[in-house]
Design a protein around this ligand. Structure first.
Ligand code: AMP
Ligand code: MN
Ligand code: MN
Ligand code: MN
Length: 299
């Protein structure tokens, strides 16, 4: 049997809330043995051409990627899109709308933090945001660690940035229907990101999966940096129950913050259908100068 390919289909660069550029991330993925990579920045595909070029030059196959913020039953759900056409106008417009409210939200978050004595958080977070349109909770977390309010980003989320805490602002993101439709109509596959992270009841989760499939969604992340090994098993069952393909990705953001290194997760269980099997036509194949050189030398 051929060994499973090392695919990492979830990661973030400086285009959203990661700390490495697309090129740096490509090198890191390559160094860790990744053979098929997708950069999935939040609500933005501006890094796709750079990521694809860097991947192919390093001998990795590439799938286009994005992670879209969606509001579903008063929670934020993330939908990953893979293998879409990055020039698709409806997708580009939809993502622009989705990003639209972030600055206002960030100002409201800063006002909430000011009430508990943390001043200047908007300007502070903005300094960490490579892309102002995508100012996110992650950038606030980096500012609060840097300024000594907390020791690490997880502590910031727990104390300040999650529901009920002073810096949390409920936000209306894209609808599930829109996100899945934008991805699908651009020729890609929609995938539910890290399903174990949401705080849904069993009925709510059933509604999420059912509606997602109804809109044309076809995949779910099973092996992700956000799941425990027990959750790899339970969501493998969910994938089979709903007839969804399975994805694998680290959700790597930063060498200092991410607990899961890019390209190092265990493989998907053999009984699952990997998303990349259904996306074979959408893969941008590595340019392999060494192979070409070998071929011309022997002919
Ligand atoms: P936002 O899109 O502004 O709501 O920010 C969400 C981002 O915050 C996610 O993509 C993660 O990168 C990060 N994040 C969310 N929850 C946590 C957490 N508990 N600890 C660390 N980072 C988190
Ligand atoms: Mn993130
Ligand atoms: Mn996510
Ligand atoms: Mn992510």
């Amino acid at each position: 049997m051929t060994p499973p390919i090392n695919a990492d289909l979830h990661s973030h660069s400086t285009v959203s809330d990661g700390t490495l550029t697309p090129e740096e991330l490509a090198s890191r993925a390559k160094a860790n043995g990744v053979a098929l990579w997708a950069l999935t920045d939040h609500d933005e595909i501006g890094g796709q051409a750079r990521a694809a070029a860097a991947a192919r030059a390093l001998g990795m196959d590439y799938l286009t990627g994005v992670e879209i913020s969606v509001s579903f039953l008063h929670q934020t759900v993330h939908i990953v899109g893979l293998g879409f056409d990055a020039d698709n106008a409806a997708l580009i417009n939809g993502l622009r709308q989705t990003r639209g409210g972030r600055e206002q939200r960030a100002r409201e978050m800063a006002a909430g933090l000011a009430k508990v004595g943390i001043d200047g958080a908007f300007e502070g977070a903005l300094k960490y945001a490579g892309n102002r349109d995508l100012i996110s909770r992650t950038h606030f977390a980096r500012f609060l660690v840097e300024s000594g309010v907390c020791r690490e980003t997880y502590e910031v989320f727990r104390k300040y940035l999650t529901e009920g805490k002073p810096g949390f602002v409920e936000h209306r993101w894209a609808s599930l229907r829109d996100a899945v439709t934008w991805i699908t109509q651009a020729g890609g596959m929609a995938v539910i990101a890290h399903p174990a992270r949401y705080k849904f009841s069993a009925n709510e989760e059933f509604a999420l999966f059912t509606e997602f499939k109804g809109h044309g969604g076809r995949g779910v992340e099973v092996v992700t940096g956000s799941h425990t090994p027990a959750e790899y098993i339970s969501y493998a069952d969910t994938a089979r129950e709903f007839g969804l393909a399975a994805s694998r990705g680290s959700d790597f953001h930063s060498p200092n913050e991410s607990h899961t290194e890019i390209g190092t997760l265990p493989p998907l269980a053999a009984a699952l259908t990997p998303v990349w099997e259904l996306l074979a036509q959408r893969i941008q194949v590595a340019s392999s100068p060494s192979l070409e050189a070998t071929a011309s030398a022997t002919h």
